[in-house]
Write a protein that binds this ligand. Structure first.
Ligand code: DOR
Ligand code: ZN
Length: 355
């Protein structure tokens, strides 16, 4: 067995408030704990969206039922710059430059610049050329704040994010679904493999893995986006796939296939997310740091099975895949919350950030 710092998943959608038929902070956090994740950062595209101080406080109240540590990303929305400046203890501001669940897309590029100026770190959902546009706005306005590009999915997006004058200001995140699937998987999975950004070609998938090897990729995050099976079966299905329970098993399986090292997993899933969002006392195993740990059995071979999943949506695009390497015990703030297949409902805490 092997111990890692608990994973910090800096991109999840736990759907509370407003969409709790898909997930809530208890079910989402139980699924995360089972997946070896000890801290999550939630996204603002809930109902109502987390774009006001009142909505942030309400989400804070609701998240208290989480059994993994949690933090919040505040949403950018026209006219909310003063709330962005006032929001207390947030990881980052999330800004949507392209359409996805929640319809929070911003078209006004002056407002985009204002958000970049107001927030020390902005996470963008930007696809393809929108990434380049974001970089140009930062250069043109001589903005010094940081930019985190969520779910980079193609070779071109990786280039836009990292081949420019400000690449040191920019961090890049990739998801397990873009690493372990490509557009060929759409043939058998259909809408169950449809997310934003869409799965790309095998060549793009290779570019993301190369980015990991070259150190161009800074973080891996699940973009856990649960939707019910019945919703996915509809003609106008919503975009997104669940991911917190399968991210670490997929990566450990990749380790067993010599595709990634354990130190790289630790860097991209623990240390770097803590560093990018300045989360206090997390991401490494060290005296004085929080006792957030995951113990993995690197030799355990098991199939991903829908019936085993704790996410409320109860399906995974990886169902049926036999993976070698599974988390067997998860410790949050010194408390065992997952062991031997069982969940222990011990409440966790909101994370704090260095300023
Ligand atoms: O596929 C996605 N689903 N991409 C996103 O950006 C949002 C997410 C969701 O909230 O469903
Ligand atoms: Zn997302």
């Amino acid at each position: 067995n092997f111990a890692l710092p608990g994973l910090i998943d800096c991109h999840v959608h736990f759907r509370e408030p407003g969409l709790t038929h898909k997930e809530d902070f208890l079910t989402g956090s139980m699924a995360a704990a089972k997946g070896g994740i000890t801290t999550i950062l939630d996204m603002p595209n809930t109902i109502p969206p987390t774009t006001t101080l009142a909505a942030l406080e309400e989400k804070r109240r609701l998240a208290a039922k989480s059994i993994v540590n949690y933090g919040f990303n505040f949403g950018a929305s026209p006219g909310n710059i003063s709330d962005i400046k006032k929001a207390k203890n947030i990881a980052a501001v999330k800004l949507y430059m392209d359409y996805t669940t929640g319809d929070m897309k911003i078209d006004d590029l002056e407002f985009v610049a204002d958000v970049f100026k107001a927030s020390k770190i902005t996470i963008i959902h930007a696809e393809d050329i929108s990434i380049q546009n974001a970089i140009e706005i930062i250069i043109k306005n001589k903005i010094k704040n940081k930019l985190h590009v969520a779910h980079v999915s193609s070779e071109k997006e990786l280039q836009y994010a990292k081949q420019n004058k400000i690449k040191k200001q920019v961090t890049v995140e990739v998801t397990p679904h873009h690493l372990f699937m490509n557009d060929k998987d759409l043939q058998h999975l259909g809408s169950f493999a449809e997310m934003k950004p869409r799965l790309k070609t095998e060549n793009d998938q290779k570019a993301l893995w190369l980015g990991i090897q070259n150190g161009i990729v800074d973080a891996i995050a699940s973009d856990h986006a649960p939707h019910l099976k019945e919703e996915k079966e509809q003609a106008n299905y919503p975009f997104g796939v669940p991911g917190v329970e399968t991210m670490l098993p997929l990566l450990l399986d990749a380790f067993n296939k010599n595709r990634i090292s354990l130190p790289t997993i630790q860097k991209l899933c623990c240390e770097n997310p803590a560093g990018i969002f300045k989360i206090k006392n997390k991401g490494i195993i060290k005296e004085g740091y929080d006792a957030d740990l995951v113990v993995a059995d690197l030799d355990k071979r098991q199939a991903v099975r829908n019936e085993d999943l704790l996410t409320k949506c109860k399906w995974s695009p990886f169902e049926g895949k036999i993976l070698k390497g599974w988390p067997v015990m998860t410790i949050v703030n010194g408390n065992v919350v997952f062991n031997d297949g069982k969940i222990f409902d011990i409440k966790a805490k909101e994370v704090q950030y260095a300023t």
